[in-house]
Structure formats: structure tokens, C-alpha cells
Design a protein around this ligand. Structure first.
Ligand SMILES: O=C(O)[C@@H](CO)OP(=O)(O)O
Length: 246
């Protein structure tokens, strides 16, 4: 027997469309992103994949994507749990900055180290600055970061994976995780055992459900890498994410 896990990156956000580093800044979906989220719901329904429970970050682009997708699939009523541990990677002082400008200013190598390396975090954000979340009540009492590399994202996502998501899977529930490019990369790294170098080249497209079947004993994927419900669209969208900032 296998357990079914669906990973869904939010639809395009207004800042994705503007090519800005976003991280924990709580921006809305763009019109295109709203369409992608609904299409994600169509794909779930057409594939006969019906989540029993939803896990999201605390950011509206993931929350709205899940709501729109589940509404489209007539599953708007399923229970939901949310956690900052599924938030996008905190992009530190890069939050709010234009990706192309950062690339032009610091060069391709530094840009890619900050953007995709496993363990080089961007410079820390100044507390109290425009795009800092230090005064945001939703994170009160939590050990919130001032910048994160993927490694720190994995470190804070894993306790949530083990403590909240795995128990739902082991109860036989089909689990939908609606989250972000980098928090999903962290989960994928863990699931597929991707090494620290290879993960740099892995990108997650917006709004296309990625379905994993996990062995009930080991929780290892029986379909390594998962299965995108629209593989053709995923291929193009992955290339678009990889090319951001160029
Ligand atoms: O800006 C961000 O928060 C992320 C995801 O949109 O961007 P990137 O793909 O560059 O990690």
C-alpha cells in the first residue's frame, strides 16, 4: 500500500510577476496566479486525486491557492492546518528587491548562491525595516529568522513534516501541502534524498499539483521525483522559474 501526498506551489503572485524576491512578504496572487490555482483544482479533479486534509503556510498566496483549487475540486470543506514552518524561505535583505538588479549588481555566481545554494543565506534583514516580519503578530513567540538558506528551511520544516504531516499520511489520509518554491524544495530534498549540489538545479512550477506515492513502511516515494498532473506545462514552467532574473 502507498500513501498519497500532493505538493502544490502557489499560483503566480504579484511579486513573481514583477520579478521581486518575496520570501515572507505576504503578497497576493496575480490574476494569472488565480487562474493557475483554479486549474490546479481541475487537474486534481480530473486525476481523481481527492485530498482529505490540507496543510498550508501562513502566507496568503499559498492559502488562496489552496482555497481556489479545493473550491474548484468541490473539496473546499476539508480540514486545514497552517504553520509558519511551511512558509517560503526567508529571503533576508533581498526581500522586495528586483531579481535582475541583484543579479546585475552582484554577478551571476553570487546571485545563484543566494538563490539556489543549499547553505549560503542572503544577508540578514534589518529588524523594523519595510519588508521585515519581526512585528507581525502571526509570528509572535516564534523563533522567526532574519534570513534563510534552504538548509534552515529544511531544519524548520522537518519538525512539522514529522509531527503533523506524517501522522495524517499514516492515518491513510491523502494530504495536500500548499506552500512555496523553496519550502517545497526542502520537502522534496528530504523525500527524494536529493544531495546538496543537485538540489540547486531543482525548481518547482507554480500551480501544478505534484503527486507522490509513498511506501507505507519507509515513506520513500515509489515514484521518485513525484508525478506532475500536467507534465508538459510543468516542463515549461520549471524552465521559466530557473530563468528568473535573466
Ligand atoms: O522570491 C521568492 O520568494 C522565491 C519564490 O518566488 O523566489 P526564487 O524562485 O528566486 O527562490
Amino acid at each position: 500500500m502507498t500513501y498519497t501526498l500532493v505538493l502544490l506551489r502557489h499560483g503566480e503572485s504579484e511579486w513573481n510577476a514583477k520579478n521581486l524576491f518575496t520570501g515572507w512578504v505576504d503578497v497576493p496572487l496575480s490574476e494569472k496566479g488565480i487562474g493557475e490555482a483554479k486549474r490546479g483544482g481541475d487537474l486534481l479533479r480530473e486525476a481523481g486525486v481527492a485530498p482529505d486534509v490540507l496543510h498550508t503556510s501562513l502566507l496568503r498566496r499559498a492559502i488562496m491557492t489552496a482555497n481556489l483549487a479545493l473550491d474548484t475540486a468541490d473539496l473546499h470543506w476539508i480540514p486545514v492546518k497552517r504553520s509558519w514552518r511551511l512558509n517560503e524561505r526567508h529571503y533576508g535583505d533581498l526581500q522586495g528587491k528586483d531579481k535582475k538588479q541583484v543579479r546585475d549588481q552582484y554577478g551571476e555566481e553570487q546571485f545563484m548562491l543566494w538563490r539556489r545554494s543549499y547553505d549560503v543565506p542572503p544577508p540578514e534583514i534589518e529588524l523594523g525595516s519595510e519588508f521585515s516580519q519581526d512585528a507581525d503578530v502571526r509570528y509572535a513567540g516564534e523563533p522567526i529568522p532574519r534570513s534563510e538558506a534552504l538548509k534552515q528551511v529544511l531544519d524548520r520544516a522537518l519538525p512539522y513534516w514529522e509531527g503533523e504531516i506524517v501522522p495524517d499520511l499514516k492515518a491513510g489520509k491523502t494530504v495536500l501541502v500548499a506552500a512555496h518554491g523553496n519550502s517545497l524544495r526542502a520537502i522534496i530534498k528530504h523525500l527524494d534524498g536529493v544531495d546538496d549540489e543537485t538540489i540547486a538545479g531543482l525548481n518547482v512550477p507554480t500551480g501544478i499539483p505534484l503527486v507522490y506515492e509513498l511506501d507505507e513502511e519507509t515513506l520513500q516515494p515509489t515514484n521518485p521525483g513525484g508525478t506532475y498532473l500536467d507534465p508538459e506545462a510543468a516542463k515549461d514552467a520549471i524552465a521559466a522559474v530557473a530563468n528568473q532574473g535573466k
